[in-house]
Design a protein around this ligand. Structure first.
Ligand code: MN
Length: 234
């Protein structure tokens, strides 16, 4: 069934679907195609830290490419109606099209929401208190996170996650993420709170080979209100 027919059958409009109370804005009811979510700000909103051209290419070409290839890989298969979270929880190590493109779609959809022009760290927020309680200070946490981001060999992501009791920081290669329970059983029940893309396509135009400068700039555009929201939402 095509997406349009599905919506018609339910008597829903696209707007009604968009407004449904899903855990993540880019997730969707069981329809047959994943879509590229719009950025929640303009391409130049994170200047000068993340430049406009990088954001535009990153979102409209790289992220869009993952969505297109994911839909191609799932066309006609029962998995096409799964949520992205369930798809990733079930993906096996050798299912590379879904692993790479499904991971790419989830990671980037999350990443865009974790960035904002101005949403500073609040020490008295719930996640702020948890970070300070566990790492000792924001700076000590940042040092650990930077270690995961700069220490990730080649392309990948740095993560801050929680299992509801404690926080953890680690890196994953390529478009892998902690939702991939069959690939990373050690991260089962870990919910991502903060993520940083350390692929060269995320920073090369502005920072060239200087990944550490890009990671340092990231702290100026972290959407701490969104991190708090993810932390308090079970
Ligand atoms: Mn990327």
């Amino acid at each position: 069934m095509k997406k349009r027919d599905f919506l018609k059958t339910l008597g829903l409009t696209a707007a009604a679907v968009t407004l449904s109370p899903l855990a993540n804005a880019w997730d969707r009811p069981a329809v047959d195609e994943f879509t590229l979510p719009p950025l929640p700000y303009a391409y130049d909103a994170l200047e000068p830290h993340f430049d406009k051209m990088t954001m535009e290419i990153h979102h409209s070409r790289h992220h869009k490419g993952y969505v297109t290839k994911l839909n191609e890989a799932l066309a006609g298969k029962p998995q096409a109606s799964m949520t992205i979270e369930k798809l990733l929880a079930a993906v096996k190590p050798d299912e590379l099209a879904v692993r790479n493109n499904g991971g790419g779609h989830f990671n980037h959809s999350l990443f865009w929401t974790l960035l904002a022009p101005s949403s500073p760290f609040v020490a008295t927020s719930k996640v702020g208190a948890a970070i300070i309680g566990q790492f000792g200070s924001l700076e000590a946490f940042q040092k650990t996170f930077v270690g995961a981001a700069t220490g990730q060999f080649g392309s990948g992501w740095a993560w801050l996650v929680t299992d509801g009791k404690k926080l953890s920081v680690f890196g994953t290669p390529n478009q892998d993420n902690p939702l991939m329970a069959k690939i990373y059983p050690q991260y089962k029940n870990q919910r991502p709170l903060l993520a940083l893309d350390v692929w060269e396509h995320a920073y090369y135009l502005k920072y060239q080979n200087k990944r550490a400068d890009y990671v340092a700039a990231f702290w100026n555009v972290v959407n701490w209100a969104e991190v708090e929201k993810r932390f308090v939402t079970k």
